[in-house]
Design a protein around this ligand. Structure first.
Ligand code: BTN
Length: 272
């Protein structure tokens, strides 16, 4: 079902296999519909935490909110990782936030680019923000509990012609850095960062992960003006913070509301 790992990945994995532990179980396919679909199948079949799937291209890559994820050959990192949550079910959205921290820190480490997080877990850069990557998590439920969460991470690597609807909001590591990044090193960096953050999740370190999220996404908190759609109605407020469940806390007319889903826009930071 899977293809042999290409040499750049074999070399990068063997350099750092001790850091990766169970997160070195990387499967590879030159072409996939969606790496999330494959990782979901593996999770349902009992794959251990840390099992990951990488593809060179996705024919039907999925983004959040039912969108497509543009996945041309070799131009992006398309990776999905199986996580087995141990805490209460309500902690699941927090896993997605934690994955955003891992992905952003891995890109920062591999490139020194000042990548930030836009709630909940878009990897963004510059002013106004341009999107460099994103996280889509999908769950496997069994008997009322979450059996596995598949964390799908997409990062734009190479400068390509993006579809018209995202062209003015998307960017890539190559565009920002002026040169491409070593894909193998970045994949291994993301897997290593995922291992660290998942261990911290299992240890219950929500506070520490929250602090890391604020380090990367803090520019959009502390009173930043936001607007979002709530059941077709536009709402406006000031983003204050995130809470321990990963919700965005927004002050609206003197009251604090929890925003748990939806597309939030930041005045002066989001591109209109
Ligand atoms: C977003 O909309 O910001 C989330 C994008 C997630 C894309 C990744 S690419 C690897 C994995 N497979 C998919 O089909 N989607 C995720």
């Amino acid at each position: 079902m899977f293809d042999p790992l290409p040499p750049d990945l074999v070399a990068a994995l063997s350099r750092l296999s001790s850091r990766l532990g169970a997160f070195s179980a990387l499967r590879y396919l030159a072409e996939a519909d969606s790496t999330n679909d494959l990782a979901l199948e593996l999770a349902v079949a009992g794959a251990a935490e840390g099992t990951a799937v990488l593809a060179d291209l996705q024919r039907a890559g999925r983004g959040r909110r039912g969108r497509d994820w543009f996945s041309p050959p070799g131009a992006g990192l398309y990776l999905s990782v199986v996580v087995r949550p141990r805490g209460p079910m309500r902690a699941t959205p927090f896993i997605t936030l934690a994955a955003g921290v891992a992905a952003a820190d891995a890109v920062r480490e591999a490139t020194a680019l000042p990548v930030e997080l836009k709630w909940p877990n878009d990897l963004v850069i510059g002013r106004p923000w341009r999107k460099l990557g994103g996280v889509l998590s999908e769950t496997v439920a069994r008997g009322g509990t979450i059996d596995a969460v598949v964390i799908g991470i997409g990062i734009n690597l190479l400068q390509v012609a993006y579809p018209r609807d995202i062209a003015d909001r998307a960017t890539s590591i190559e565009t920002e850095l002026g040169r491409p990044v070593d894909r193998g090193a970045l994949v291994v960096g993301v897997l290593g960062a995922m291992r660290d953050v998942v261990e911290r999740l299992h240890a219950g370190d929500h506070a520490g992960i929250g602090r890391d999220w604020r380090r990367l996404g803090g520019v959009g908190l502390g009173g930043a003006a936001v607007r979002w759609l709530d059941r077709e109605q536009e709402r406006r407020g000031r983003a204050l913070d995130i809470d321990d469940d990963g919700a965005l806390l927004v002050e609206v007319g003197g009251r604090v509301e929890r925003v748990i889903a939806g597309e939030v826009r930041w005045e002066g930071l989001s591109r209109e």
